[in-house]
Design a protein around this ligand. Structure first.
Ligand code: NAD
Length: 349
């Protein structure tokens, strides 16, 4: 009996249980668009798994969610192999100080320290922007024309959602301006505005159908309709946040902000008033606090602030780890606020 009790609590056993649980949650979240637990709970278990795997790498399982990005591809869509993989982001979690209620920044500061050390500089210029709570898509333009749109899928292979993406009104079908790049691959987030989400759930209830858990699931469910007429009725919105491929332009962007400026010229929406550069960690953290304060008033949901090293040369120098760039981090808002969102939705339902 003693033997059995010990086996139950071994790190190896705990790792196996965590992998199984997290994979089930990820399937519900990414593939079925129907999560059964709040994100904060998923994140907590994911963290526990990461810590155990770091301590006991010999027990790491090949099917562990730490080894890959996102979810599987649905049946019914054609698959698209991404020319440049669509990665995830490392997260900096920041529980509030129990006594003062102040934001915690330790994980972001550790990120900044690593970046400074690696680049051999005292301060880094960062670009900061909202972490949109939607789903990542890739848009491919050839000679200015939208020819393909794909979801992230597992990061290597996504779903071909071109017909559905064409119904998103603020995505240009043809790039603006005189000079069109020969090839452009835009990365960004498809989301549903809070007001459109509330209206959609109202309609779902009136029609006797199940409401969506949150705007993110509503956006994912709407984009992954096999009938694009349904997608067209759901008002989706797109924000661009990066360029994966670009050729046939006079001058290539040298920073993240130059990429965003080019995307704006070509007709893409950016989060007006909430993207910019900040030099040094203290300036980044001031922007984080400002964004957190504005969060309830924004027309779209965000769950943190993405901080990226602005210079593309420096990004290249920093490179990637398996599933995320080493030059970017998602500085998440504290979990209690994530839980509040879930409660608010329960009331609405
Ligand atoms: P992530 O959401 O933490 O970060 C990566 C994604 O951020 C990118 O793919 C992109 O879509 C998005 N993003 C938003 N704004 C961006 C910007 N400005 N620049 C770059 N990227 C931006 O990582 P993930 O792997 O997509 O998902 C993990 C998260 O999903 C977890 O933190 C968890 O909360 C949630 N999740 C929840 C459940 C559940 O059961 N509740 C299950 C699985 C995952």
């Amino acid at each position: 009996h003693f033997q059995a009790a010990c086996t139950m609590s071994t790190p190896q056993h705990r790792i196996r249980t965590l992998v199984q649980t997290l994979n089930r949650y990820a399937h519900e979240y990414y593939t079925l668009d129907a999560p059964s637990v709040p994100d904060a709970e998923y994140d907590r278990l994911y963290r526990e798994l990461e810590t155990l795997e770091a301590e006991y790498p010999q027990f790491r399982l090949p099917e562990s969610p730490t080894q890959r990005v996102g979810g599987a591809v649905l049946d019914g869509f054609e698959t698209v192999v991404h020319a440049v993989p669509m990665l995830s982001l490392n997260n900096a979690f920041s529980p509030r100080d129990d006594e003062t209620g102040a934001f915690g920044h330790a994980e972001f500061l550790a990120f900044d320290e690593r970046v400074c050390k690696e680049l051999g500089v005292a301060q880094v210029e960062y670009a900061a922007e909202p972490k949109f709570d939607g789903l990542a898509v890739s848009l491919l333009y050839q000679n200015g024309i939208l020819v393909q749109a794909a979801t992230r899928g597992d990061g290597t292979t996504g779903e071909n959602v071109t017909e559905n993406i064409k119904t998103v009104r603020n995505i240009p079908l043809k790039l603006h301006g005189e000079k069109q790049p020969a090839l452009l691959e835009v990365r960004g987030e498809v989301l549903m505005l809070k007001a459109d989400f509330a209206a959609l759930n109202q309609r779902q209830l009136e029609a006797g159908q199940k409401p969506f858990a949150n705007p993110r699931n509503a956006a994912a469910g709407s984009l992954r309709q096999l009938d694009s007429k349904i997608t067209a009725q759901r008002k989706l919105h797109f924000f661009a946040y990066g360029i994966a491929q670009l050729s046939g332009v006079e001058r290539l962007p040298e920073s993240h902000m130059e990429e965003l400026a080019l995307l704006h010229e070509l007709g893409f929406s950016l989060p007006e008033g909430y993207f910019g550069t900040h030099t040094g960690a203290a300036a980044v953290l001031r922007e984080y606090e400002r964004l957190a304060e504005h969060r309830p008033r924004l027309p779209y949901e965000i769950d943190g602030m993405v901080v990226k090293v602005n210079s593309l040369a420096e990004q290249q120098q920093l490179g990637f780890v398996s599933r995320a760039p080493r030059w970017a981090i998602a500085h998440k808002f504290p979990a209690e606020e994530a839980l509040t969102t879930v409660e608010a939705i329960d009331v609405q339902v």
